[in-house]
Design a protein. Structure first.
Length: 272
């Protein structure tokens, strides 16, 4: 029964077919949502709010493209993206969260993390870039860290872009063949498919251990790029307050964006 539900879910998260979004409709809807984002950002700047949105997901899940659509028309002085590379030897010797702290938002800022401290729960664990005791320490401490963030009046969201194995394979192939996307190609890409199950296990452990009441995980079906972007923006805006908010434009599809719950596995809502 679970398998049948999973097949149904795959059909509905398809990148194309009947669920494809035509370009004109996409652009019109995106424009309207970006107008709402500008309203929200104006409120953030005017009231000195601090906003932190982090995006996690497998390689080629669409983190870059989603963040781009969020930021496209926001003030470049008060909206920035953080995408940290591998830590230096000096950073490795510090408290794990230390290198992320300077990048957190100050009053009036929106900060997007394109991958975050959750690297330790994902790629670092799978690729053995950290030791087991370091991983366990992270899992034990991350709740306290995020509790401090939310108690510092930070508007904090965690999104996990969940891609199917077949769609990831297709995107990685297209990335490798595109002269304009060579900067995205890395040796780790080669392991994305062969280590699929290990990444799934790491993701599942992360969800179970780090889905907090004060900082829940929101899972996003991302095989269809256009629908992903539209629905993540709608979801985010529907959960924040700002003047002139048009609620009717922010009705998102709960089969595409939803809060993590262990029952998601039984319902076939998360890629195996």
């Amino acid at each position: 029964m679970v398998l049948c539900r999973w097949r149904f879910c795959l059909k509905n998260r398809s990148a194309g077919g009947a669920n494809a979004m035509d370009k004109k409709s996409y652009k019109q809807e995106l424009y309207a949502l970006q107008v709402e984002l500008v309203k929200f950002h104006k409120s953030v700047i005017g009231k000195g709010k601090k906003v932190c949105i982090l995006f996690e997901g497998r390689d080629a899940a669409g983190k870059d493209g989603t963040i781009k659509r969020f930021r496209e028309h926001l003030s470049p002085r008060e909206a920035r993206t953080v995408a940290l590379g591998a830590p230096s030897d000096r950073e490795k010797s510090a408290w794990y969260f230390q290198r992320f702290v300077p990048h957190l938002p100050v009053a009036g800022e929106i900060v997007f993390f394109n991958r975050s401290w959750y690297n330790r729960a994902g790629v670092e664990r799978v690729m053995h870039f950290c030791q087991e005791h370091e991983y366990l320490k992270f899992m034990d401490e991350v709740g306290n860290f995020e509790h401090l963030l939310t108690h510092a009046d930070l508007i904090f969201f965690k999104y996990y872009l969940d891609i199917s194995k077949q769609e990831q394979k297709s995107r990685l192939k297209a990335r490798k063949e595109s002269p304009l996307k060579q900067w995205k190609v890395s040796p780790i890409d080669e392991k994305a498919q062969t280590q699929w199950q290990s990444y799934s296990e790491a993701r599942d452990a992360m969800f179970v251990k780090t889905n907090f009441v004060f900082a829940p995980w929101y899972v996003v079906h991302c095989d269809n790029k256009k629908r992903t972007r539209i629905n993540v923006i709608k979801h985010f805006l529907s959960h924040v307050n700002y003047p002139g908010k048009k609620e009717e434009k922010l009705i998102y599809d709960p089969s595409i964006v939803f809060e993590f719950d262990p029952l998601c596995y039984e319902k076939g809502m998360i890629a195996p």
